[in-house]
Structure formats: C-alpha cells, structure tokens
Design a protein around this ligand. Structure first.
Ligand code: SF4
Length: 334
C-alpha cells in the first residue's frame, strides 16, 4: 500500500474550503492508502511563535475537525509534528542542500514574502529564518515517513517540487536513500468564498466553519454574493455568477436543476434560495457535527488517537533516519 502524507497547520477551525479542497478527498483515500495526517504545530509556530497557547488549543480543534469530517483512526494516523524529533534532525541535514536564493525563488514563498513586507515594511526584517526555511522542513515531514503521495492545492505545488529536488540531490550525493514523492492535485483545488473571492479564508471572513451553528450558517449565507443584475424577486438571473448557486452545486443539492431553471426564469427569489441553501448546508454538516460532539465528550479517546498516530509516525521516521544516517556516514555506534 502506498503512503499518503497530508496535514494542516493548527491555526483555527476548519471550514468548507478545507473540506471540499482537501478533507473530503482524504476521507475517500484513507481506505486505499496508508494515510498519515500531520498536525503541523511546528510550522504553525513560524507565524505564531509568540502565541504557543493558540497553537496548542488549535491542535485539539484540528483533531476534532478531522474526526468530525470522517477521518477514521482505524485507517488513518493523525500525528503531532513536534513529537517527531527525527523530522527536525532531517531538516538540519536538508538545510545544507538548498540555497537561500532557491528558497526565495519558490513562487509561493515569494508571494508570502511580498505580503509580509507589504504588511510590515520593506526591509525584510519580518522574514524569519524559520519562515523562509519552512519548505525545507516540509520536505523533511514528507520524506521522513517515506511518503509516496502528497495531495495538495495548487499553491503547494512549488513546495513539493522543492521536496523532489532535495531528494534527488540527497540521493545523488549520499546514494539512493530517499523516496521521491509525487504531488496529486485535489479535484477542488480552491473553493471560493461566499463573497466571490477566489479563496475561502478566515482572514477574509467569507467562511462557513464545519462546526458552525444553523444560525451562523444562515447569517453567513445571507451575505453571499448573487447576480448583481437581479434586483427584483422575479428578475431572471444568471446562476453561474452567483455564489449561492455555486454552493448549491458544491454540496450536491439534489434540487440543483430546479434551482437553475427557476433562477433563469425569474421564478425564484434570492432570499428563499439562500434560506434553502442554509438549511441544506446545515443538513450536510449535521453528521459531522454529531461526530464532533461525540469526540468533544470523549477527550480521552481523542488523546489516544493522537498518541497512537504519533507513535506510528515516529516508528516510520526512526526507520528512515537509520537509512539516512547510514548514507551520511553518521551511524557511529550502530
Ligand atoms: Fe443566485 Fe438563487 Fe438568486 Fe439565482 S435565485 S441569483 S441562484 S440566489
């Protein structure tokens, strides 16, 4: 069975963008692959090093969201990055194989550096060594567990390419040791926000969280962008430029053809269309919210799942590091 490595930074609760962008796919794949899901707390600290409490709390929230969404601990290992010291060791070895110029050339890093310098001034003082090097530690995350496949969104593709370069360089210098992973683009790489922005994101406030109440969902859906040319209830409209229709499609509303026909014919008001969508999203999320509630009431089960997952990941990393140290002539007392 091939190994999938995937995961998230624990920086907040997960929303529909995460679910349709990657989680739904992970839930499906976990039955066909050996699945390792990383809670990247070390990576979260690159931006939140001064707020460890926030990262710690979000580790729990993220684990709950995973389990709620259908990640099955019988089929997937959920593990905590900081508890795998082998990854930190491998990051150090990899750091000799990547130039600073190459890190700056990574288009995703470049974009993020641009954002940071824009926000905090232009002198680069806000760019830490940890931030710049995080694609290197990501390479260590993937290869320390002999990952074959990494399901990613488009913005992560450059990071996986960087991982592959590091592996090739390592194998070239020290001999064939590491596996070169493959990136697989998820079928819904980027989910639009309710406001029509290209990405659903916490900072833009255009999200519906997996754990949102019916009331919050309705409030958010009511703010969604529709066809601006539809002024009156019986004006015909174009559903293809309406975010409400986009979400009806996303959650596979069985009534979708009627929504489309009635919208085009001016036989559907936006308010009732939004109410229908809110209800449908709530029903869609209900089984997840019930699972979440169960795990919230059984924290000892969540802790055991995380411990077992971390132990499984660590065992793998230890095996890989044995090979790495041998290849690098660092196996002094083995
Ligand atoms: Fe969008 Fe529905 Fe209004 Fe049509 S009727 S524009 S699909 S909200």
């Amino acid at each position: 069975m091939k190994t999938i490595i995937t995961g998230d930074r624990p920086t907040g609760k997960l929303h529909l963008g995460h679910y349709f962008g990657s989680l739904q796919n992970r839930v499906k794949l976990q039955y066909d692959y050996d699945t390792f899901i990383l809670i990247a707390d070390v990576q979260a600290l690159t931006d939140n090093y001064d707020n460890p409490e926030k990262v710690r709390n979000n580790v729990k929230e993220l684990a709950l969201d995973y389990l709620a969404a259908g990640i099955d601990p019988e089929h997937s290992h959920i593990y905590i990055q900081s508890l795998i010291p082998e990854v930190a060791e491998l990051t150090v070895y990899y750091s000799n194989l990547v130039s600073v110029a190459r890190l700056y050339r990574n288009p995703t890093t470049k974009h993020e550096v641009g954002q940071k310098t824009h926000l905090f001034g232009n002198d680069g003082e806000s760019i830490t060594y940890g931030f710049l090097g995080y694609p290197v530690s990501q390479a260590a995350d993937i290869t320390a567990l002999d990952g074959d496949i990494v399901p990613v969104g488009e913005d992560q593709l450059p990071h996986i390419e960087q991982t592959r370069e590091i592996v090739r360089k390592f194998n070239n210098i020290y001999g064939e040791t590491l596996k070169e992973p493959e990136a697989v683009l998820s079928s819904n790489p980027r989910i639009k926000g309710l406001d029509g922005e290209d990405k659903m994101s916490k900072s833009l406030g255009n999200c519906i969280y997996l754990s949102d109440s019916e009331e919050t969902i309705t409030k958010q859906v009511m703010s969604a962008v529709t066809d601006p040319n539809k002024i009156k209830k019986d004006d015909p409209a174009n559903p293809d430029i309406c975010m409400v229709y986009y979400y009806h499609k996303l959650i596979e509303n069985p009534n979708i053809e009627t929504v489309c026909k009635e919208c085009k014919a001016g036989k559907r008001g936006c308010v009732s269309c939004k109410k229908e969508l809110s209800k449908a999203i709530y029903e869609y999320l209900k089984p997840m919210q019930e699972r979440r509630k169960y795990y919230e009431q059984h924290p000892e089960e969540v802790e055991k799942i995380l411990k077992d997952g971390t132990q499984a990941a660590r065992q793998r990393a230890k095996n890989v590091m044995k090979r790495v140290r041998k290849s690098m002539k660092l196996d002094y007392f083995d």
